[in-house]
Design a protein around this ligand. Structure first.
Ligand code: FEO
Length: 173
């Protein structure tokens, strides 16, 4: 049986993952409204990935005999002044998520829940990847944005990201 403090912390993280999911959907819709369908597609794939993160936590809580208690999801921003600022906001958001995952590991260790701490290692590694992915895109914008055709080329490149069915995401990421 999982301790109440861990259950509460995981439920908070489920909410945060669904907020991330909502945020990337909002960003994707904004890109689509600006005619940047490749970036919209990339962000939509990321929206799916966040749902996968939430489902991983849901499955884990169920497996440990805990209760999944879903809460209200805050509304995400809906407007940005440029495509680069969408990705800069996403990178800042991922830094926050990393800090939340670190706090979760601290709680697991304080509660001597080594199973939860092992489970959370996947998310520690995932956050390294998430930060690096968004940083790479922000760097590309900063290096290339002065060049004519840059936005078109980056939109085309990001549009090649494959989307995955949410039902398979939690197991296959
Ligand atoms: Fe679920 Fe982007 O971290």
């Amino acid at each position: 049986m999982i301790k109440p403090r861990i259950q509460e912390a995981i439920n908070r993280q489920i909410n945060a993952e669904f907020y991330s999911n909502y945020l990337y959907l909002s960003m994707s819709a904004w890109m689509e409204s600006k005619g940047l369908s490749g970036m919209a597609r990339w962000l939509l794939a990321h929206y799916e990935e966040e749902a996968g993160h939430a489902i991983r936590f849901v499955n884990y809580l169920n497996e440990r005999g805990g209760r999944v208690l879903l809460d209200t999801i805050d509304a995400p921003p809906t407007d940005w002044d440029s495509p680069i600022n969408v990705f800069k906001d996403a990178l800042e958001h991922e830094y926050k998520v990393t800090s939340m995952i670190n706090d979760l590991v601290d709680i697991a260790l304080e509660e001597r829940d080594h199973a939860a701490s092992t489970f959370l290692q996947w998310f520690i590694n995932e956050q390294v990847e998430e930060e690096s992915t968004f940083k790479e895109i922000v760097d590309k914008f900063e290096l290339g944005q002065e060049h004519p055709g840059f936005l078109y080329m980056l939109d085309k490149e990001l549009g090649e990201r494959q989307t995955v069915s949410i039902a398979n995401i939690a197991d296959n990421q």
